[in-house]
Ligand binder design. Structure first.
Ligand code: NAP
Length: 260
């Protein structure tokens, strides 16, 4: 029987790569994104290449009760794989940053991710199978001055994933938090102080390799997946220095990389 996967933020970057891997595995896809044009292109490409059914939903995941609206649109179709991937960054001192954008980020990363998970989880547990992949970040492991809300929201996604993964032991449902380091996607441009001046080139991974690692980890039911040896090490830095020192290190990196 054909299995169904729902991927948010599937119009580009990691979401697109994850949708491609699911299509290769013959999943029916429900792809959600705010970018209608790119989403339509992804649908056409995946349907042509892999002969799979692709349903697209153009939605802003940053608005209230959007998870319910999505489930309503797909008539509560059972979901076998849920990938909460949509997200974005915002650079700047918290005192100066735009609240509207931050509020949207908190909705996308926290409320919509949590609500979508809740809404699909009941069916997964009843059926005794299901996979959830939440795209957190290396940012989840320490405070992030100059990207305070982003780091804190990714910390939530990691903690939430780890906690429910434990609760779901023995149900046949697994939850994986993928925590990528810098990855070559549209994301890097949007978090730069100026879209054309992002200087991060060090330790940059391709979206394809990060998605492949995340997908494999999700299939295995790994709880926390950190792609790359250097990133695995960086995720432990808070164990060797105080959190205040970790915050200083992150601030230094952010200032250098974002042309503050
Ligand atoms: N790239 C990195 O270095 C990196 C590192 C660690 C974690 N991550 C995480 O990886 C995930 C995927 O990001 P990416 O790197 O693949 O970036 P991306 O190429 O910008 O993809 C994110 C997708 O999500 C969509 N999206 C953003 N806000 C949305 C909203 N309110 N409603 C619906 N869709 C929305 C974007 O649409 P628009 O383009 O139209 O905004 C875009 O298609 C994010 O959660 C990000 O935090 C990225």
């Amino acid at each position: 029987m054909t299995k169904t996967a729902l991927v948010t933020g599937a119009a580009s970057g990691l979401g697109y790569e994850l949708a491609t891997l699911l299509a290769k595995d013959s999943f029916k896809l429900i792809l959600v994104d705010i970018d209608a044009e790119s989403l339509a292109n992804v649908k056409a490409e995946l349907e042509m290449k892999f002969s799979v059914e692709v349903v697209t939903l153009v939605k802003d995941l940053g608005i209230k009760n959007i998870a319910e609206a999505i489930l309503h649109d797909i008539k509560n179709e059972p979901i076998d794989v849920l990938i909460n991937n949509a997200g974005f960054g915002l650079f700047g001192s918290f005192v100066d940053t735009d609240w509207e954008r931050e509020s949207e980020m908190l909705h996308v990363h926290i409320l919509t991710t949590t609500h979508l998970t809740k809404l699909v989880l009941e069916g997964m547990v009843k059926r005794g199978s299901g996979k959830i992949l939440n795209i957190s970040s290396l940012a989840a492991f320490q405070p992030g001055p100059l990207m305070a809300i982003y780091y804190a929201s990714k910390g939530y996604m990691l903690s939430f994933s780890e906690a429910i993964s434990n609760e779901l032991n023995g149900t046949g449902v697994t939850v994986t938090a993928l925590c990528p380091g810098p990855t070559e996607t549209g994301f890097q441009k949007t978090v730069s102080a100026d879209a054309n001046t992002n200087k991060i080139t060090f330790n940059m991974a391709s979206a394809k390799s990060v998605a492949a690692y995340g997908y494999k980890s999700m299939k295995k039911g790994k709880i926390v997946a950190i792609p790359g040896i250097l990133n695995k090490f960086l995720a432990t830095i808070h164990r060797f220095v105080s959190r205040a020192m970790a915050a200083k290190i992150v601030r230094n990196i952010q200032e250098k990389n974002r042309n503050k």
